[in-house]
Design a protein around this ligand. Structure first.
Ligand code: CA
Length: 228
């Protein structure tokens, strides 16, 4: 089954929200929504969306405050955020980016333009979800055909190892904790012992080394694993 990109919309204006939901679903994305800041923050923390479309002015908790809170926690700080605002002054734009939004769109916006920006964030952060080829040195993962090659030779991986490698490739250079890997590979609703992560990373490592070459996976003591 192909994983669909998960997009969260936090927007209190029903008409705008409906239009966005319509276009996101049409593009094949799984869309979640909230109409106030508190619920939006909770949904973001629970679901770890691939992109968050966040209105600035919201009841209960502002978009800026949500940005701040998401950026302050390890689990949520990398969620790509597109901030929407009716305030178009340049100063606001700078402030929006300062507090950690990845992109900023002034209202009124074109939905087509906003969709393009959502895809840009996905390409940057979850390239596998749009069927891209992911690379690291001589390792190539094709998200469309689900094949992995190292130095041109195919490497057969089990589904869990394939998912792990996808995440490592998308977050290359970044240290990923066992908990982060658990959340992203198995999901948050399933209880899995963190030792299981070590077992599957071990299998992935062994597979990647089957035709020789250097070990691309780093074990970071007390922290987790990183590619490169
Ligand atoms: Ca609003």
């Amino acid at each position: 089954m192909v994983e669909r990109p998960k997009i969260l919309i936090v927007e209190d204006e029903p008409a705008q929200r409906e239009i966005l939901l319509y276009h996101l679903k049409k593009a094949g994305f799984a869309a979640l929504w909230a109409d106030n800041g508190e619920e939006g923050l909770l949904l973001a923390q629970e679901n770890l969306p691939d992109v968050l479309i966040l209105d600035w002015m919201l009841p209960k908790l502002s978009g800026l405050e949500i940005c701040r809170q998401l950026r302050a926690h390890q689990d949520t700080k990398h969620i790509p955020i597109i901030l929407l605002s009716a305030r178009s002054e340049e100063a606001d734009k700078v402030q929006g980016l300062d507090i950690g939004a990845d992109d900023y769109v002034a209202k009124p916006y074109s939905v087509v333009e906003l969709m393009a920006r959502v895809k840009t964030q996905l390409r940057r952060n979850r390239a596998s979800l749009i069927g891209a080829q992911l690379r690291f040195q001589d390792i190539v993962l094709d998200a469309t055909t689900h094949k992995v090659f190292r130095a041109g030779l195919e490497i057969k991986l089990g589904p869990t190892e394939f998912k792990l490698l996808t995440i490592f490739l998308e977050k290359q250079g970044r240290v990923l904790s066992r908990n982060q890997l658990l959340d992203q590979v198995w999901g948050r609703d399933i209880y899995i012992e963190s030792r299981t992560v070590d077992v599957h990373v071990g299998r992935l490592r062994k597979s990647l080394l089957q035709h020789g070459g250097d070990d691309p996976l780093r074990t970071v003591r007390g922290a987790g694993y990183a590619l490169g």
